[in-house]
Design a protein around this ligand. Structure first.
Ligand code: UFG
Length: 321
């Protein structure tokens, strides 16, 4: 039995493959549009292809006895999704529908889906549970929520069980130093700060200092990528046992840190000081996004292992290489 990891050459996908390999046969399907060959784990079967390509999917499902699909392959930049919504609905929704059709056709009925805190939009609570109303404010968040809705409908009529994982702010790098975060262009706070501290950027721009938070900058919940990866393995085991299925889980640390606090911890970890400019708010940023992960803790026994300083230390090791 094999697990098909769509997007296994990307940031979170590659860290999840690391947790799977050794215990499971892994087939990675990735078109390398935002993933990298150097993130591909030794021992995986790699298929370069698009998940919207039905013929590639037929080939994968025919040649390999696939038991479950982990689906990371998506575009995930909020700003880009506003500029180019059709790309997001095409890649994130249409291609996923093609994947689901092929799964049903080939009798593959276990699915783990990468979703996002962006499904909540601007929540009216500081600690977000899965009961918090979803109200995405950009095409990226909407594309992920649409797929969540499709999954519920599919599971209703087919022999198909799924788990949705809504990630908060993924960060950090693998202990081995072999894989880590690598986006082009980079838009995420921690890699941008570390690249600046390494001399690769002139300064850091802090987007907005007038939010209703303790220091006026946005607060986020940063979660180590390996903690996310482990959650996928637990979710798969939950599906296999038949005990947990058709559920949505938040994945975060449960603690919020402001942009200013992140910069301070990055300075401490690197032993260097940053040049910061304060600029206007970035469009569409909620003031505070912090997850309650109580539900996945209760259902699957998942608990984050890494706290903020360790997350940033691991990212610093990776970016310094
Ligand atoms: N920020 C800056 N300067 C930068 C980059 C970011 O001040 O150069 C701020 C942002 O405004 C935000 C915080 O740092 O307040 C974190 O920003 P990131 O871009 O690192 O992460 P986001 O919270 O915007 O994005 C994350 C996920 C997305 C998801 C989104 C949901 O990466 O996939 O949460 O809101 F859609």
């Amino acid at each position: 039995m094999s697990i098909l990891v769509c997007g296994g050459a990307g940031y979170i996908g590659s860290h999840t493959v690391k947790e799977l390999i050794g215990n499971y046969e892994v087939v990675v399907l990735d078109n390398l549009s935002t993933g990298y060959p150097f993130l591909l784990e030794e021992g995986v079967t790699f298929v370069k292809g698009d998940l919207g390509d039905a013929s590639v999917l037929d080939l994968v499902f025919t040649e390999h006895k696939i038991d479950a699909v982990f689906h990371f392959a998506a575009n995930s930049l909020v700003g880009e999704s506003v500029e180019n919504p059709l790309m997001y609905y095409d890649n994130n929704v249409s291609s996923t529908v093609t994947l689901l059709k092929k799964m049903v056709e080939h009798g593959v009925g276990k699915f783990i889906f990468s979703s996002t805190a962006a499904t909540y939009g601007i929540p009216d609570t500081d600690l977000i549970t899965e009961e918090t109303v979803t109200n995405p404010i950009n095409p990226y968040g909407r594309s992920k929520l649409m797929v969540e809705q499709v999954l519920a409908d599919v599971a209703h009529v087919h022999d198909f069980q799924y788990i949705v994982l809504r990630y908060f702010n993924a960060a950090g790098a693998h202990d081995s130093g072999q894989i880590g975060e690598s986006h082009n262009p980079e838009t995420h706070l921690i890699p941008i700060v570390l690249q600046h501290l390494l001399g690769k950027r002139d300064k850091i721009s802090v987007f907005g200092t007038d939010y209703n938070t303790a220091d006026g900058t946005c607060v986020r919940d940063y979660i180590h990528v390996t903690d996310l990866a482990i959650a996928h393995v637990l979710a798969y085991e939950g599906l296999v046992s038949g005990e947990v299925f058709n559920e949505v889980f938040n994945l975060g640390n449960g603690s919020g840190y402001s942009v200013k606090e992140i910069i301070e911890v990055c300075e401490k970890v690197s032993g260097r000081s940053a040049t910061v400019e304060y600029v206007d708010r970035r469009h569409g940023d909620p003031a505070v996004l912090v997850a309650s992960s109580g539900k996945i803790n209760k259902s699957l026994g998942w608990k984050p292992r890494f706290q903020l300083e360790e997350i940033i230390k691991s990212a610093w090791r990776w970016h310094s290489k």
